[in-house]
Design a protein around this ligand. Structure first.
Ligand SMILES: NC(=O)c1ccc[n+]([C@@H]2O[C@H](COP(=O)([O-])OP(=O)(O)OC[C@H]3O[C@@H](n4cnc5c(N)ncnc54)[C@H](OP(=O)(O)O)[C@@H]3O)[C@@H](O)[C@H]2O)c1
Length: 259
């Protein structure tokens, strides 16, 4: 279909209103960095948290004090909820949704003969099925706008694999196939779908990595340090807002780990 044939393919938004983004898992870590990056571009941002209402409130205060519109923080548990209430709340608040960034996720691991099967499935439930449920809840609202985008946070572990991570890598590599298929499904309504695959990034999730393990991992990297959350925030915001000729792509931000 030509760009003229598809009025939503040009990336333009209505002139008088800034775009609205929703980031899942925005209370801390990579998600919070993505919230900051989108807000700094002038988007109005909603984000979800699960338990850390305190951090969610701090982030709202920080962004309101820096002069932007106060974010909307919404409680959401990706393990059990569909996301429909969250989407309804965003639409009620701002009347539109343009960008969805799916960052909420958990890590839990152990070698295949040691990780409890229930725990194995819980990781897949939260990290894969939970993302599917929220994306499903959002597609109609995104397709209503002029240039919707979905950015899915996968992981380099979903590409390269890692011992002890059969559950996490199953979910994260599942997200890559999910994103590519969804990009094909939603092309007709002008919604781009892209995936970002971060490597080891400083956050609560990697805070417990021992110095020895950190050194071992860093020696495998072409950029010999862990990533910073702001670097992932910038890359996710690029996919969401700037990469208007990219859909179904995977942006690997892993310091060269998966090479
Ligand atoms: N850090 C890394 O090195 C790295 C590398 C590659 C990919 N990733 C991916 O990047 C994403 C963010 O990772 P992170 O390191 O920033 O994690 P994090 O610091 O542990 O933060 C996780 C975020 O997800 C939310 N969350 C956790 N469980 C949830 C659930 N069941 N339902 C809804 N929300 C939930 C948390 O909410 P609360 O704050 O309320 O608990 C928090 O906002 C994840 O998808 C992760 O797999 C991380």
């Amino acid at each position: 279909m030509s760009a003229e044939g598809n009025p939503r393919s040009g990336g333009d938004t209505s002139a008088d209103e800034s775009r609205v983004a929703l980031v899942t898992g925005g209370s801390r870590g990579l998600g919070a960095a993505i919230v900051r990056a989108l807000a700094s571009r002038g988007l109005r941002v909603a984000f979800t948290y699960r338990e850390r209402a305190d951090l969610a409130e701090e982030l709202c205060e920080e962004l309101a004090e820096s002069g932007g519109e106060r974010p909307l923080a919404l409680r959401f548990d990706q393990e059990s909820e569909t996301g429909e209430d969250v989407i309804a709340a965003v639409l009620k608040h701002w009347g539109r949704l343009d960008s969805l960034v799916l960052s909420a996720g958990i890590w839990s691991g152990g070698r295949i003969d040691r990780l409890d099967p229930e725990e194995w499935w819980r990781v897949v439930e939260v990290d894969l099925r939970g993302v599917y449920r929220m994306a499903r809840a959002a597609v109609a609202a995104l397709g209503d706008g002029p240039a919707g985008s979905i950015t899915i946070v996968s992981s380099t572990i979903g590409i390269a694999g890692f011992p002890g991570d059969t559950a996490y890598s199953s979910a994260k590599s599942g997200l890559i196939g999910f994103g590519r298929s969804l990009a094909k499904e939603l092309a007709g309504v002008g919604t781009r779908v892209n995936v970002i695959a971060p490597g080891f990034v400083e956050s609560d999730a990697t805070a417990e990595v021992s110095d020895a393990a950190r050194e071992r991992l860093s020696s495998r990297l072409l950029i010999d340090r862990f990533g910073r959350a702001e670097e992932i925030g910038a890359a996710a915001a690029f996919l969401s807002e700037d990469a208007t000729y990219s859909t179904g792509t995977v942006l690997v931000c892993d310091g060269g780990f998966s090479l």
